[in-house]
Design a protein around this ligand. Structure first.
Ligand SMILES: NC(=O)c1ccc[n+]([C@@H]2O[C@H](COP(=O)([O-])OP(=O)(O)OC[C@H]3O[C@@H](n4cnc5c(N)ncnc54)[C@H](O)[C@@H]3O)[C@@H](O)[C@H]2O)c1
Ligand SMILES: [Zn+2]
Length: 372
């Protein structure tokens, strides 16, 4: 039963985006502290090291570099928290994808809420702005959401790095961002409490809607720019949609079945090679089926997904010929206590999710056949 009646919008105090922005990291970090632990995985260090090292040195910020292991698990959080303690850091910076950023947020919290900076080098998720982290088991299955006192103090996105990444990342980010509006409107209609702790404001709902409109208008152009590894206005707009609009939209409006089903999908080893937004996109389709979305709405979703290159069938995320028990296991995980699936305005069971996954898959296949 939802008893919260206050509206709430939370966000980071500063968002910086542009080609070459990583070279400004030092000047922004210097306003937050003087001793930074910076974590990034080995491959990300390979292309950010120079900009990070030089800009922090120029700003007089002490730097401890840490190689992130690649998964946001409690073990990895504890390990890097110890590194930050040892260094006496007053700022933690996470550079890379959603997992590195979530880990930095969790480390910041564990260190008594020292300043946190998220510097995404891909526009693959809406993790950079939120005041929460998604914690996984060592096996890579969803474990829990961890909520923090505040959003990152700074989000800094270098769009030259975003454009330099394989286009699959920004496309996957579009999958994460596409879900935002569909989940937001469910939560608003059902008056559900968002992750932020209150009902949605008109502002957060408008951001979620703008996120959807931006994807529809510029998604295809952005994908093509990303394939050419160039920064264009469309790539800038979609980077902002995937990162800022989706981030504020989901956190202050709420998640629903699309993300619950994503979390359910993570119990299947078959989908572990897939990206977050790709799995979320299958969750969005299943949510639309559960809602009884009309044909026009389903076609808008399918047309967009196919145009930008997001998966719409189970086979496309590695779930080839799933048996009933596999689908029910996903459904059970998606309906676990506390899952955002329960933000739907009706009771959702594991059976309903198994059916919606199958029906969505069959419809997407038929749509693909018809449209070539
Ligand atoms: N906390 C939140 O609010 C929130 C929201 C959405 C998603 N998430 C989480 O985010 C995670 C998914 O993040 P992800 O999809 O970014 O994947 P990821 O963080 O698991 O992996 C990113 C990969 O991209 C590589 N990479 C980074 N920048 C690159 C570049 N410029 N060029 C080439 N490669 C680059 C990295 O080396 C890494 O291998 C999941 O754990 C998900 O639960 C959290
Ligand atoms: Zn997401």
């Amino acid at each position: 039963m939802n008893t919260v009646t206050t509206r709430m919008l939370i966000s980071p105090p500063k968002y910086v985006q542009g080609a070459g922005a990583m070279r400004q990291l030092g000047e922004h970090v210097a306003r937050l502290g003087e001793n930074a632990v910076v974590l990034a995985d080995k491959s990300v260090w390979g292309f950010v090291d120079e900009a990070v090292t030089e800009s922090l040195a120029a700003a007089g910020v002490k730097l401890t570099k840490e190689v992130f292991g690649g998964l946001c698990t409690q073990k990895e959080i504890d390990r890097i928290t110890a590194v930050a303690a040892e260094a006496g850091a007053d700022v933690v910076v996470g550079i890379g994808g959603g997992t590195a950023i979530d880990t930095a947020k969790a480390v910041g919290h564990a260190r008594g809420d020292i300043a946190v900076v998220s510097a995404p080098t891909v526009a693959s998720t809406d993790a950079p702005t939120s005041a929460l982290a998604v914690i996984y088991t060592e096996d890579g299955a969803f474990e829990r959401y961890s909520f923090f006192q505040r959003n990152p103090n700074l989000v800094l996105v270098d769009t030259a790095l975003v454009a330099g990444a394989p286009s699959r990342f920004i496309v996957s980010g579009m999958g994460d961002a596409l879900a935002t509006w569909y989940e937001a409107r469910v939560c608003v209609a059902a008056q559900r409490t968002a992750m932020a702790g209150g009902l949605a404001t008109e502002a957060s709902l408008a951001l979620a809607r703008l996120c959807w409109e931006t994807l529809m208008e510029y998604g295809h152009q952005a994908r093509i720019a990303a394939e050419q590894h160039v920064v264009t206005p469309a790539l800038e707009k979609v980077t902002e949609a995937n990162t800022l609009l989706s981030g504020l939209g989901f956190e202050s409006c709420g998640l629903a079945a699309a993300h619950g089903i994503h979390n359910g999908l993570t119990v299947s080893h078959k989908v572990h090679g897939m990206m977050h937004g790709e799995k979320v996109n299958i969750g969005t389709l299943a949510q639309l089926v559960l809602e009884g979305a009309d044909t026009e709405e389903l076609h808008t979703y399918l047309e967009f997904s196919r145009t930008v290159g997001l998966p719409t069938t189970l086979a496309e995320i590695g779930l080839v010929d799933p048996d009933r028990e596999e689908l029910l296991a996903i459904g059970r995980a998606a309906t676990a206590e506390g899952e955002t699936t329960h933000n739907m305005p009706f009771t959702v069971t594991a059976e309903m999710i198994a059916d919606a996954l199958l029906a969505g898959d069959a419809y997407a296949q038929a749509f693909a056949k018809k449209h070539g």
